[in-house]
Design a protein around this ligand. Structure first.
Ligand code: HEM
Length: 471
């Protein structure tokens, strides 16, 4: 696809086997990605680094996302989701129209903040400075569909981005420095569960050959830069994709009563009718593995509304074989894109109902119907796959288990205009409301704001179904 002069020519990969080859190749991430990531998380981070430096940092953070480490975080996740439930309950009792994406972002930020930084962002209960800066930075993201040259190359954009990044660096830098001072200062601390920030610091002590003693150790500025950018990339990548996915879960379930009923029935079977799922999950985190249909709903949503994908930079010496003509296609000066969402909706792999929400396709008894695993890549595949996929899955299951039986949730695009002055990032940029307002025959199509987010942040209404069982 040649979009010159708006963008570089693109080679769009729609064939799952070719996608596997590209994902496993050493083609670098495309420089275009930097435009989105740098304002939010700098350049020295897992999303953008390459080669040996990337490998080193991936190894540093991998243990924070191991199954055992994640399961140990489940009670914390339940506590945050309980606060999210309280917010929904308040919205319901006031019968308020609100943007679900804004509220979902709060819970996912609080979770990732705790999992990665062991820091309480308290976004669910207070106005957190870091999150406000992150959202302000997002308001400056160019609308990729805009042909207005002033909008695309706004002269003030780099200044604002620099300012927000500077303040976000200060915030995370402080969290890091506090941890650095605190690191291993006491025996009890050494025994604590280690989060991403501890592992990063451990790596530093190992590399710098310093003894772990808070009074004499110093942190060099290069390490500090890498640590801050990496923590920010985890905070950023770890919240908005998950927030977007839970919104689409609510949206599709709201449109599909039969599937919603099946989901509620499964949760009743696993947790008991009228029994609080949160307390049970806290007590036995592995109970969520019994929820096959819940898992199927999440997989189906990530198939239909995958919020992220990979873009790679072509190279002179790298050719891709056209699976039909067998022609060797050059990739030099091209953006090589694997649009997961398009592969996920391709009838050649998923059948005539590729655009239909049908969680049943993921149930164990229907495994034979599924196409090759390569045709499903919401978290990408190969060495640069998503480090946080298990965390996202656990979080999404807990969110569904603790909300879907408590509330009726529906998107409310018919009332969108009444949110024009709510001060959200969506209200700030009215250009999102212009132009065609349906894609895949759905008003809640994705808007590219770093990741694919639900249009207008999903205007929503919630109704309580029964008395709350949580705190
Ligand atoms: C539903 C939720 C999520 C989806 C759909 C998703 C999707 C993706 C995709 C498609 C990539 C590949 C990007 C590329 O090639 O440029 C990726 C990478 C990444 N994701 Fe996620 N992600 C999710 C949640 C998370 C969470 C919870 C974290 C928490 C830390 C996270 C952290 C990352 C990081 C750090 C990378 C870069 C990995 C590397 O290159 O080594 N993501 N994700």
């Amino acid at each position: 696809m040649d979009t010159y002069p708006v963008n570089q020519p693109m080679l769009v990969i729609m064939d799952p086997d070719t996608a596997r080859e590209v994902a496993n190749s050493n083609l670098k991430k495309h420089w275009n990605l930097k435009k989105f990531v740098e304002p939010l998380a700098g350049t020295e981070n897992l999303l953008l680094l390459e080669g040996a430096v990337w490998k080193k940092w991936r190894n540093v953070f991998n243990p924070s996302f191991s199954p055992t480490q994640l399961m140990s975080q489940v009670p914390t996740i339940v506590d945050y989701v309980t606060q999210f439930v309280a917010i929904l309950d308040e919205r319901a009792s006031k019968n308020e129209l609100f943007r679900m994406e804004e509220e979902a972002t709060k819970v996912t930020i609080d979770v990732i903040g705790k999992v990665v930084c062991d820091h309480e962002f308290k976004t669910l209960t207070t106005d957190n400075e870091f999150v406000q800066l992150l959202r302000s930075s997002l308001t400056w993201m160019p609308d990729s569909q805009s042909f207005d040259p002033f909008h695309r190359h706004h002269p003030l954009r780099p200044l604002f981005w620099k300012y927000y990044k500077y303040r976000m660096d200060n915030y995370i830098g402080k969290v890091l420095d506090e941890r650095f001072t605190f690191q291993n200062a006491s025996k009890e601390n050494r025994k604590r569960q280690k989060t991403g920030i501890d592992l990063a610091l451990e790596e530093y002590f190992k590399e710098s050959g310093q003894t772990v003693d808070a009074r004499t150790a110093t942190m060099d500025s290069e390490f500090r830069r890498y640590a801050i950018d990496n923590l920010q990339s985890l905070l950023f990548a770890g919240h908005d994709t998950t927030a977007s996915t839970i919104c689409y879960c609510y949206h599709e379930l709201g449109k599909h009563p039969a599937e919603l009923q099946k989901l509620r029935r499964e949760l009743d079977d696993v947790f008991g009718v009228g029994v609080d799922a949160g307390e049970q999950i806290k007590h036995d985190p592995y109970i969520i593995n019994k929820c096959d249909y819940t898992s199927a709903v999440i997989k189906e949503i990530l198939r239909m509304w995958a919020p992220a994908s990979t873009v790679r930079e072509g190279r002179k010496d790298y050719f891709i074989k056209d699976p039909v003509t067998e022609e060797m296609l050059p990739t030099d000066k091209m953006l090589v894109w694997i649009p997961a969402i398009s592969i996920h909706r391709d009838a050649r792999y998923w059948g005539e109902d590729a655009h239909i929400f049908r969680p049943e396709r993921w149930l164990p008894e229907n495994a034979d119907e599924l196409p090759s695993a390569e045709a499903y890549r919401p978290f990408e595949r190969g060495p640069r796959n998503c480090i946080g996929q298990e965390l996202a899955n656990i979080e999404l299951k807990i969110l569904l288990a603790m909300t879907i039986r408590e509330f009726d949730i529906r998107s409310a695009f018919d009332e969108l205009d009444t949110l024009d002055t709510d001060g959200s990032l969506w209200a700030a940029d009215q250009s999102f409301k212009k132009g065609v307002q349906k894609c895949f025959d759905d008003e809640m199509y994705q808007i590219l704001l770093a990741a694919g987010k639900p249009r207008q942040g999903m205007p929503a209404r919630v109704k309580r179904r029964r008395g709350l069982m949580h705190g």
